[in-house]
Ligand binder design. Structure first.
Ligand code: GLU
Length: 485
């Protein structure tokens, strides 16, 4: 019987879901579904200083919003519960005791100051700084002495000398590390809490993880994890380390760089569609055969494979994400797009918090007019500013249009037509423009441009009849009046 595929995403609850983490979650999820396996979310919270209150709920909420679904985790439970590292301390303690017992790990009493001094001395000698192994072979008397001094030991892993550890990686091929370059590393801190490398290994083993798919930044941790698997006498899982995501300057993305929106929650709040973000993220580092770029979740599940994950970094292009989101927005039912836009219009104070049916209807028509062009919900505010302004500022180009010779005649004639219109709607406006065309003899640009510019201040925009209808009779006549005698 072939082994069931089991993969996991193991975020630390240190903040919001970053696009890099989201991509890892997504690759794991798609791989699991493609293989008919299980996808697990495990919370790795042993680095308590870095934990952030409520980050766990937020991470999970962001993943749920994105459309990633899991089979086992802190919320849904599962056969390997608990799924939060800090709830698994007893388990780690047992394995640490086992390694100590077998001499594969040892107590280290060095203080942070001593370790720092040692590192400085190595650097001064031009050596690569790593733990010297001072506590490797302490006698019982030496240990007792340290204990008497009140020192609390950490536990270090005893790295074997002159060995090679090869990470067999689905993305990077074989990557070999020399054990001599790796000093004995801490697997449990003085308070008994294990370090990441130890907890992750024990958990991946006990949770029967078959493939570890994660960011490349963890590749250098992997030989340590291989050593722990070896010490525990168990087979390691397979690995796939996914290349970095770079920013537009081809630099590693920094979470602190506020010029780039980097968190899933922010995209949700800006009015992006989860399926568009998912589609976009999966293409950061994975590519299907062929040129097609737009995929539903079902198609992604069907197509995803580790063999088409790229070894080279991908560049995060916010413009492409906008393009993709617009592509999805265009295909959505209007109501859904209104849902993306409405909170932003409300936050900007342009629509009431509790809109009347008329206001809602107006908003729907407004959004319908811009749906084709809209990249994301929040953009509606900027795109539709002409509808809310009291005073229009006419720029240089606008003034040039309004200075054309035929303008006073055209605008006056149009004004006269619409003033008497019973129904100030797109159809009525269209008829009015036709009448003006006949009566003044001006047509095309000479007719439409002055009307558009006078009413909106802009040279380009959406359909003129619809735009004027939405502006409403009062605004349009008031704006025209400024340009006629
Ligand atoms: N907790 C680690 C992180 O957030 C997970 C690394 C791993 O997948 O092994 O980076």
């Amino acid at each position: 019987m072939t082994k069931e595929i089991r993969v996991r995403f193991a975020p630390s609850p240190t903040g919001h879901l970053h696009i890099g983490g989201a991509r890892s979650a997504l690759f794991n999820y798609l791989f699991a579904r493609n293989q008919g396996g299980k996808f697990i979310i495990r919370i790795e919270d042993t680095d308590q200083q870095r934990n952030v209150e409520s980050a766990e709920e937020k991470l999970m909420a962001s993943m749920r919003w994105l459309g990633v679904e899991w089979d086992e985790s802190v919320d849904v439970g599962g056969p390997h519960a608990p799924y939060r590292s800090m709830d698994r301390l007893d388990i780690y303690t047992k394995y640490i005791a086992q390694l100590l017992e077998e001499g594969k790990a040892y107590y280290c009493y060095c203080t942070p100051e001593e370790l720092e001094k040692e590192r400085e001395e190595m650097k001064a000698r031009g050596d690569m700084p790593m733990y010297s192994g001072r506590c490797r072979n302490l006698t019982p008397e030496q240990r007792e002495q340290f204990e008497k001094e009140g020192r609390k030991p950490s536990v270090r892993f005893r790295v074997q000398e002159n060995k090679e550890y090869t990470v067999k990686d689905h993305v990077r091929g074989d990557v070999t590390f020399e054990s001599n370059g790796i000093g004995d590393f801490v697997i449990a801190r003085p308070d008994g809490i294990p370090t990441y490398n130890f907890a992750v290994t024990v958990d991946d083993y006990l949770m029967e993880i078959t493939q570890v798919i994660r960011g490349e930044e963890h590749l250098s941790n992997t030989p340590r994890q291989l050593m722990i698997y070896e010490a525990l006498g168990v087979e390691p899982p397979e690995f796939a380390h996914v290349a970095l995501i770079l920013n537009q300057d081809r630099q590693k993305m920094s979470k602190r760089d506020e010029t780039v929106v980097q968190f899933v929650e922010q995209y949700r709040d800006l009015g992006y569609l989860p399926e568009a973000l998912m589609n976009f993220l999966v293409l950061l580092g994975w590519s299907p055969e062929g040129e097609e770029e737009i995929f539903t979740k079902e198609q992604l599940i069907e197509k995803f494979s580790l063999t088409r994950v790229s070894k080279s970094p991908s560049v995060f292009d916010p413009e492409k994400l906008k393009w993709m989101n617009n592509h999805y927005i265009k295909q959505q039912p209007l109501e859904r797009v209104v849902g993306l836009c409405l909170p932003h219009l409300q936050a900007a104070g342009l629509i009431a918090q509790e809109p009347t049916p008329e206001q809602l209807d107006w908003t729907s028509r407004l959004v319908a007019l811009y749906q084709e062009q809209l990249a994301y919900g929040a953009e509606i505010v900027e795109l539709t500013s002409i509808f809310y302004k009291n005073e229009i500022e006419y720029g240089e180009e606008a003034r040039a249009v309004l200075a054309e010779e035929q303008v006073p005649v055209v605008l006056q004639a149009f004004y006269n037509e619409i003033e008497v219109l019973d129904h100030f709607n797109a159809e009525g406006i269209k008829q009015a423009l036709k009448t003006v065309q006949k009566s003044t003899g001006h047509k095309g640009k000479a007719l439409f441009m002055p009307v558009r510019v006078a009413a909106t201040g802009e040279l380009h925009g959406r359909d003129l009849n619809d735009t004027l209808a939405l502006l409403g009779k009062d605004k349009v006549t008031q704006r025209l009046r400024a340009h006629i005698q």
